[in-house]
Design a protein around this ligand. Sequence first.
Ligand SMILES: [Zn+2]
Length: 258
Amino acid sequence: MEFARLCDYADNIEQTNPGSICLVKTDRNLEPGKNLFKYFYVCFDALKKGWLEGCRKIIGFDGCFLKGACKVDLELGDGAGLTIMSDMQKASFEVKLKEELAALGKLGKGICESLLKYNKEYWCRAFFLEHSKCDIVENNMCETFNSWILAPRHKSIITMLEDIRHKVVRRHVDMIQFAETWITDISHMARVILEENKELSRKCKVLSFGTDRFEVDEYEYRYIVNLRKRTCTCRSWQLRGIPCAHAICEIYHQEEEP
Ligand SMILES: [Zn+2]
C-alpha cells in the first residue's frame, strides 16, 4: 500500500530538497479505529524562492482554494497586491460592459443579477487593478494544468506525485532553456505583443500634443497617452506593462523607438 509509505516519501523529499516543506495529513476521527489519509502538501524550496524573488503575484485556481501552510510559505499575508484567477470568468472593457450584460441577460433569468453580486474589480478587466500587470480574465491556464496532469491522477498516490513532480521539473528545464534563447531582456511573448501593437499603431493618428499628454485617434475612438507616466486611457499599457498601439503611435511621433 503506497499510502502507508507516504510519510517516508515526504521525508525523502525534505532530505533531498533542503528547505522544502512536505506535510502528510491524516484523520483518526473520520472512521473509528482507522487513520485515514486527508491531504498531501508539498512546497519545494526552489519553487518558493522563484515565486518570492521573480514571479508576478498572480495565482490561478481551478476547483480548489488557498489555506494554511501555503499562505505562510508563499508569504501571501492578507492577500494585498495579489491577483487571483478563479473559475469565475468572462469580462469586457467598460464601454462594452453594458452591451455584454444585455446579451448575457438574454441567455436566461437571473444570470446578470448573479454576476453583479460580485465586485466588478474581480471579474471585469475594465476595473482591474494595475499593479500585477495581468489582464487575464479567465482561468484557462489552470484548467490546462489540470488536464496536463490528468493521466498521473489515475495512478496510485506516490506514483502520481512522482509523475507530477517529473512533469513540473521537465517544464522548468524547458522554460530555462527557452529563456536562454532570448536575445534581449524583453520576453518572446512580450515582443510578439509589441510587434502586433506596432502594426496596429499604423492605424492611429496623433491629434494634438503637449508636454506629456497626447491625444491619439484610432478610428472613431480617442485615447489620452501619457508617456512619462506610461499610461493610456485604453488601460492596456497599465494592465499588461507593454506599450499599446496608441502609445507606440506617439513614441514614433516623437521619433523614438518603442
Ligand atoms: Zn492605448
